[in-house]
Design a protein around this ligand. Structure first.
Ligand SMILES: [Zn+2]
Length: 492
């Protein structure tokens, strides 16, 4: 991977004028000086507040391989780094944001009016929009825009629900690697659906064949070839049935066999779970009706035959991420926790589709790992802090004693380290622990009208108050620079 330094001059970064004392290219480190904020170590959600690091005059040292070699107070910078190159930043240094659920083919479909809830919106807005990606020129354009939006939002890693069309997936992976972002994605698998979904459907043989092919071509890819260990690569692949209503027992059986084969190679599983509970004809009612199962999660757990009898292999595990889980039963939450599967919590999307609110206290109490997803395009925000903002509001508004004011450190945890954990890549990124890849965002409050003043006021109160205002108040205008493995990420 080529090492590229940040631009010498820019709106927010400038090199110090201090002379550089004879570092060889192999030894050069870049030290970013700014307000350093992250959740250190490997805490649980409950331990996040105690793990919060907020260092107003902080330093983040990035070695030539793009890894963190020091993160802490500027005054404690090790003497052997005293002559490294310094990048003075005008703002905050945060770990890159991790979006654990968003839909690439819906890049242009945010704020689409479906006149109903989930199933109506899918049929009237989403399936027709996603069918357009059969046109490769259009797919190229949407992939380019998708990458630009991610960079603008500082989303360094993402679990991306893919297109049905292989050429569109090639455009997505290719442009993402060209830019230097991390991605996990897989083509959206649908073998049954309403008339408007017809262009997205295949038979089971084709679905399995295309998924195998995508794994072979993209799992473990870097910009310049395959990584030695696919689990370390910028690009990795997931098996992605849209949801249980888009496939059949035959499809789920075949996907279970496939997943059992590729699980050890680090391939992911990603889908939706318990999103819409409209009585009678909503998503959850339909899943129970079609499959005759006791609980929705059973369909992904190999228990997809009537009465939740076993029909195949489970798709759950530490590389399995289920979006929503708004209406999960107790035993479903415990099964998710037991299998080390994660929930992508998407409150912005849930507000848009009237899906309800994931019960915060009950879900946290189950021990399942909860991360954050924008769920673009039902979600109409690309910036993870905007979704954290909605998360704070919806859980603050839960009824009676269920209401919870989520601690600012827990909000940051959800948007960074918990996301890395959900993607089973916590050893690589998610915070500034020494040895991890330097995935980070520079936030320049001065670029957003009035925001620097609000932050300065909050900083007078406490580090937690400052972090809360930062996460609740920031908009994309404040995302000044985005780095993955120490390298500045740029759109074409
Ligand atoms: Zn979704």
């Amino acid at each position: 991977m080529a090492w590229r330094r940040p631009p010498q001059r820019g709106p927010i970064c400038r090199r110090s004028s201090e002379p550089i004392l004879k570092p060889t290219p192999e030894e050069v480190r870049l030290i970013y000086r700014g307000h350093l904020i992250h959740i250190a170590g490997t805490p649980t959600l409950h331990e996040a507040a105690g793990a919060l690091v907020s260092e107003p005059d902080g330093a983040l040292a990035v070695d030539p391989e793009g890894r963190v070699s020091y993160a802490g107070p500027w005054r404690d910078l090790p003497p052997n780094m005293a002559h490294d190159e310094v990048v003075e930043t005008a703002g905050c240094l945060l770990p890159g944001f991790v979006d654990t659920h968003l839909h690439y083919p819906q890049t242009f479909t945010t704020d689409a009016f479906g006149g109903g809830e989930l199933l109506e919106w899918l049929e009237r807005c989403v399936f027709p929009a996603e069918a357009r990606l059969a046109d490769t020129d259009y797919a190229d354009a949407i992939a380019a825009q998708f990458v630009r939006r991610r960079i603008a939002a500082g989303t360094t890693a993402a679990m991306v629900f893919g297109s049905a069309f292989p050429a569109a997936q090639d455009a997505l992976f290719g442009k993402t690697l060209d830019a230097g972002l991390r991605i996990i994605s897989g083509r959206g698998i649908q073998t049954v659906g309403p008339a408007s979904a017809a262009p997205l459907l295949t038979d089971d043989d084709t679905a399995i064949g295309l998924t195998r092919d995508e794994i072979a071509r993209w799992h473990g890819r870097e910009a310049d070839g395959f990584a030695r260990d696919a689990r370390d690569a910028l690009a990795q692949v997931a098996v992605v049935p849209r949801f249980s209503l888009s496939v059949t027992t035959d499809t789920l059986g075949r996907l279970g066999d496939l997943y059992a084969e590729v699980r050890e190679a680090g391939v992911y599983f990603h889908s939706h779970l318990n999103e819409n509970d409209r009585p009678g004809d909503g998503e959850i009612a339909a899943v129970r009706d079609v499959y005759g199962v006791e609980a929705y999660l059973d369909t992904y757990d190999g228990l997809f035959l009537p009465g939740s009898r076993r029909g195949g292999e489970s798709l759950l595990g530490r590389r399995s991420v289920l979006a929503h889980s708004v209406h999960s039963r107790e035993r479903e939450l415990h099964r998710l926790a037991e299998t080390k599967s994660s929930i992508a919590h998407c409150p912005t999307s849930q507000l848009f589709l009237g899906s309800g609110t994931m019960p915060w206290r009950r879900t946290v109490a189950s021990g399942v790992n909860i991360a954050i997803g924008t769920d673009v395009g039902a979600g109409d925000e690309w910036l993870i802090p905007r979704v954290l903002n909605d998360a704070f509001k919806v859980h603050m508004s839960e009824e009676g004693l269920l209401a919870q004011a989520i601690h600012p450190a827990q909000l940051l945890f959800l948007g960074t380290l918990a996301g890395a954990r959900a993607l089973d890549q916590e050893r690589l990124f998610g915070n500034f622990d020494v040895g991890k890849d330097a995935d980070f965002v520079i936030v320049d409050a001065a670029a957003q009208p009035g925001f620097d003043t609000a932050l300065a006021f909050a900083a007078e109160q406490s580090p937690e108050a400052h972090l809360f205002t930062l996460l609740m108040g920031m908009r994309e205008a404040a995302v000044a620079a985005v780095h993955v493995r120490g390298r500045r990420v740029v759109a074409d």
